[in-house]
Design a protein around this ligand. Sequence first.
Ligand code: NAP
Length: 541
Amino acid sequence: MTGNGRSDLPPAAAGFDAVVVGAGFAGLYMLHRLRRLGLSARVFDKAAGVGGTWYWNRYPGARCDIESLAYSYSFDPDLEREWNWTERYPAQPEILRYLNHVADRFDLRRDIALSTTVRGATFDEAADRWRVETDPGGEVTARFLILATGCLSDAQIPAIPGLDTFAGDRYHTAHWPHEGVDFTGTRVAVIGTGSSGIQSIPVIAAEAAHTYVLQRTPNFSLPANNAPLDPAVLRATQENYADLRRRIRQSPLYFPVEYDDRSALAVPEEEFRARIEDHWERGGLGIIGNYADQLLSEAAAERVATVVREKIRAKIDDPAIAERLIPTSYPFGAKRLCIDTGYYETFNRPDVTLVDLRETPITAIVPEGIATTGGTIEVEAIVFATGFDAMTGAILRIPIAGRGGLTIQEKWAGGPVTYLGLAVGGFPNLFTITGPGSPSVFSNMVPSIEQHVDWIADCLTYLAEHDLATIEAEESAEKTWTDQVHALGEMTIFPKGNSWYMGRNIEGKPDGLMPFAGGTVLYRQICDGVAAGGYQGFTLS
Ligand code: NAP
């Protein structure tokens, strides 16, 4: 038994209806739905506690940048009413407490094996069952294999020469020590200025003796304007959560946005500026879904960027540092927008140094610190805020063999191929929750997860009612779908950014937009249509 969960569950000798990999938002809700269908299930997670992303990412300042009231489960009205979020944007400990509460409240732990890694899975065609190899625990079998492995869960440390020679302490934001780190009196280097870096840098800088921020590509960041949640707002929402959920479901991003269906280029200057400034004042991600063509036209994105750049510039005392921090090499929104608390202001501190890796690239890690073409940065600690092998990394880590021994690694060698981001041809009865080819990271993840889990649960009900053993994506359907995902991507500004959306942060990873860019509303209609049509594009047997 571990601190907040179980690791010593005996594997059921026979097998389960379903095995779920991952005990984060997706795995927990999937287990709950499977139970309600009367199916036996086992969830495996290599972590020692539930929570997924929110179990691992404990770096200083870790916080969700979707508002707490929207970043929560909608499936149970009592849960909605009884959980009292305390801040506009929930901090990591609060989200982890919430997920532990969910695990307890719905008595989920008895079917979750923690500290257990899924080492591989093979589809046994004679038995129509998945053989799943777990460590510890050995083999279990299941009719359905459901991957709730998360989109951003395969943390990456770049292969910089000399990495292991460093004499100090080394951390990755996604593998933060549970006991925390005290940087008092320490010189710290942070590599990476994505969401994790931008959130953690101000907190680390407030503690460390000196902080060096090593930036390769600057990011656009808007102020979070985080604050305690107004108890009156909380109460009003709890009394009428349905209204918020309806607005979420109607939004293509699955969080409420004030959408303007004009082109950003068609709006008079004064009105345009006032709207962007209003977004800046209010903070948050709503600015992404602002104008109709903002994610489609570079010129539209540039008009937004022009105002945002001014806002950023105004926060930084030294104009030369400001120019280094302001993004110019890709359209606004083509890389994931960041939300911060005091990020740009941090560079006004005398004990913070910005190192622009475009001018002085890293050459090696050395015992004293980080060697760059501009000299060696001597530090006692290095924080890698260097991100993840996103969307496919956590799936491809598991050797998974489908029909005829074809592995998912072979199947996806040229990039992920899925039907609806939910299923893969050649891999019967396997589902990917928020898999590549679904809106997932282009949306508020929790409602997207719920939509997938509900769709899968309905699908399993359909199979049972029709006495069907397997469901499998047809190769023609998944090819058409994947081509559409790419074609949609080509219509957007996303290919103009060197982002993890495109797989470009990982050397050798196939290039291509992985999430579905058509929005959650259209996507949900498509999924519902496929189901209503008797699971078109799937072979049922
Ligand atoms: P990320 O966005 O991929 O950022 C990684 C950073 O490391 C980038 O600045 C990248 O530079 C840099 N980097 C990578 N390899 C490098 C190398 N070899 N040398 C120098 N710099 C290197 O990762 P992340 O910040 O962990 O965020 C990932 C995603 O997680 C976010 O986009 C967001 O979706 C999610 N997230 C959300 C929250 C939230 O809700 N608040 C918080 C954290 C993360 P380049 O840009 O040049 O590649």
